[in-house]
Design a protein around this ligand. Sequence first.
Ligand code: AMP
Ligand code: MG
Length: 398
Amino acid sequence: MALLAVADAQQRIIALTPRLASESVHLRDARHRINAADIIATRALPSFDNSAMDGYAVRASDVPATLPVTAVIAAGAAVTQLPTLAPGTAMQIFTGAPLPPGADAVIIVEDVTRRGDTVVLPAARGGDNVRRCGEDIAVGECAITAGIKLGAGALAMLAAQGCSTVQVARRPRVAIIATGDELVDVDTPLQPGQIVDSSAHMLAAQIREAGGEPHYLGVIADEPTAMTRALQQALSFDVVLTTGGVSAGERDYVRPALAAAGIELEFWKVAMKPGKPFAFGLGTSTLVFALPGNPVSSLVAFELFVRPALLAMQGAATLFRLKVPVRLPTGFEKSAGRAHFLRAHVGCDDRGLVAEVHHKQGSAMLSSIVNWNALVEIPADTTTIVADGIAMAWLTGE
Ligand code: AMP
Ligand code: MG
């Protein structure tokens, strides 16, 4: 099989990714969930004309003047019981208090002089310091579109609309299967030749960040039957991730096990570094991502392929990270053929965004994925980025 271009692999995966159903969650559990349907405002915001400042409510046409103060209106005053502002009078008013009928402006307290029961007021224009009913959101307007990831501000909007629950996409259930006779759990004392299954913890974190629910199914031995059985048992999940065993070596049993478990292989090997030996397959209703063994390769393949799929399953409007041009002070050289994804830290200097590429880029080394916030993409056909040249970087924010 020829190497597939990264963008083609991404497109094929997204095209084959099903949408999950939605569920209702309480507002306090809704942070970072994907909004399932347009939220149409049933309340105008603000829901009544009110004062934006502490001051005096007036008719703009009455000022400048010294006017008698006939009432005090505080926030929380009942809108239905407000006194009407008579011509040639003023009312003291506080931020958020309903504007009395008849008033069309508020003069801020800093600009007036209070003299007993009267107040000396400067000129004003109609609408000054008044928040009009519905100026933020009118009834019937879309307050939050479907596909938005609910952040803190969207939660405020939901609360203001009186929505204590919200329909969000169900979390994708993602199984993690590690393969390799050398792998043991983090709490198991290491025997000579053994290493910790570190990718399981990394992938669980990546799954959570993408809105999924990780389920660790453990380490499977490098043995075809055990691997086939593990895959078959995992087909009740929405997504299965395997790590390792997917290269071309004699002991790489994942691909034959996929076939034996009835999983259709869509493609194998992508023109990228790290992460070339990546395979994608489909069960009846399960996406199967066979990630390479080296942890950095797994991490990059997850970023590029699994994360967008998990977001697509949830109906997210934005599937991919923001991609921005960055300066590479060190430049970069490679041969043509595969796109490289360099773990880097992007910051800003007086010339704009600049990427500090980690100096240890080996896919078996964990150093480059400890403190990074971007993947710098050197396209497949590019061989040279000169010093201080520009490359594109996916901002991962890790
Ligand atoms: P493989 O593709 O199975 O030959 O694995 C490639 C390399 O990645 C080997 O050095 C493995 O020991 C290592 N590796 C595979 N899976 C994991 C994992 N889950 N955690 C950490 N290292 C792994
Ligand atoms: Mg292995």
